[in-house]
Design a protein around this ligand. Structure first.
Ligand SMILES: [Zn+2]
Length: 78
């Protein structure tokens, strides 16, 4: 785990809420593409947040998990 990984984990929470500025969001997405451990962490956290929201009786945002997966799928080389 390098410095970029530490930074990503700090920003992940904001990203999952759609609160991250575009420039950092792009950097985060690029990092996830290159770093499977961080991608797995992002996927796990997205699922965890959805589960917590459900248990708390809150509305689960549509596509919270898809936000993580979709970023990668959108950027697959064709
Ligand atoms: Zn990483």
């Amino acid at each position: 785990m390098g410095d970029e990984c530490d930074r990503l984990l700090l920003e992940l929470d904001h990203w999952l809420h759609g609160e991250l500025p575009n420039d950092r969001s792009t950097a985060l997405r690029d990092h996830l593409e290159q770093c499977p451990p961080c991608f797995e962490s992002a996927d796990f956290q997205a699922q965890l947040k959805a589960l917590v929201a459900k248990r708390c009786g809150e509305e689960v945002p549509d596509g919270l998990r898809q936000r993580v997966l979709g970023f990668l799928q959108d950027n697959q080389p064709s």
